[in-house]
Design a protein around this ligand. Sequence first.
Ligand code: HEM
Length: 466
Amino acid sequence: MTSPRRPGVPGASGTPRGVMPPPMAPPSHQVAQLYGPEFAADPHAVYERLRRYGALAPVEIAPEVGALLVTDYRAALDLLHDPVTWSKDSRTWQQTVPADSPIVGMLGWRPNVLFNDGEAHERYRQVITDSFDRIPPHELRALVVEAADALIADFGTAGEADLMRQYARRLPLMLFNRLFGMPDSYSDRLIQAIAGLLESNGPEEAAEANASFEGYVGELIGAKKQQRGPDITSWFMDHPAGLSDEEVVHQIVLTMGAGHEPTTNLIGNALARMLTDDRYYSTLSGGALTPRDAIADVLQNEPPMSNYSAHYPTRDVYFHGVWIRKGQLVLVSYAAASTQHGRTAAGTGGGATGSGGGAHLAWSAGPHSCPVQRSALLIATTAIERLTAWLSDIELTVEHDQLVYRPGPFHRALAQLPARFTPISIDHAGAAPWDSSNSSPSSSTPPAGTSTEKPTASARSAPQPS
Ligand code: HEM
């Protein structure tokens, strides 16, 4: 066993700023970049290379911004379950990073649940979990069905769609607009603002999108101050934790931000698997795989958030073979840890059939693990069931290996998901896409011989009107 090395000067052996060199540290030009197109094209190849360093590896998450990435499952759990050694407070670290670094948006400190420890964290978290707990699952499901049907009605007649832009990205935001208490007429504003944040070309466009999002949240708060309603914003405001106005704004922004991107990616990545794997489209009696299987597969092999859980040690610490300096940025790779060893790798599809390792870190673990897992699963499952039930012959217009993913160190996010299907028109939201009692199409689907020729596994479990 090599003797532990004491912390030295960050960057001393050519590692990026803010990163202590681990054993076998590569020269800086060889440090894996998690933000470019190469990583987006094949992240698992990068994770494989990183495993050579042991449980943690040096990476760059933006130009000149280094981090240590935990790729080992056991080490990930040790870190995530030890809030004494590991803090989520990024304020000291942030001073080492240029203020205009693209990374600040995801890692810059704010007074919200994600960047606080101990009692402050618990207080914010309680507000969020209590509020989500107030939404009965059947009502949440009905809202998802309504949003899904409205979107499918919009593009269904065209016979083709980009399922990311026209479905997976819009649906969670339409839903949040409702859940947080705004009329549907506001949902396009929210969608535009978030799209602007995700797709901005340069700081000016990003600032515009940010202003637009802030404007939306400002109006939301204003409306709820005038009149409370049965919605998350009002529940945040009136929670016994007594959040200040500023704290309410920050929890809303965080919850919407933390919620929409991974939910979009969960829907997108699971749809991509379903539409390129025949096992999801075998006959009714063939024991076909369901949307739930596709989601389980994605959570195990291609988690929507691939690397996150930014932590900073509260003291110099020797951790799984590496000395880590107090305050140094350490990220957890949910994707690498969940596919380690016997666990399956992305693209194999093995997770859905039970050959995966079972346990995964797609929701993270410990005190900061996703507090809304049940709701998020219900949203994603319903969205996929609804889509595949209406569009039973849907297929991708490109091969799976031609799909393009958005670059970025934190997410596994499809850029587009182009698909075609037999055009349909939906008579009314909430209609049944498939009448399971007589296995015939509902009045809203086209005549037999078109989209309903081949009932799918998902059609069997099609959501029925509530
Ligand atoms: C309705 C949708 C969702 C909402 C409202 C939501 C909300 C949140 C919130 C508030 C946190 C911060 C918890 C804390 O710091 O204590 C969080 C953390 C997290 N969520 Fe979710 N989430 C949603 C969906 C998802 C999905 C679909 C995934 C991926 C499968 C996911 C993965 C995570 C992960 C990995 C964390 C930990 C982040 C970290 O510690 O850095 N979430 N989520």
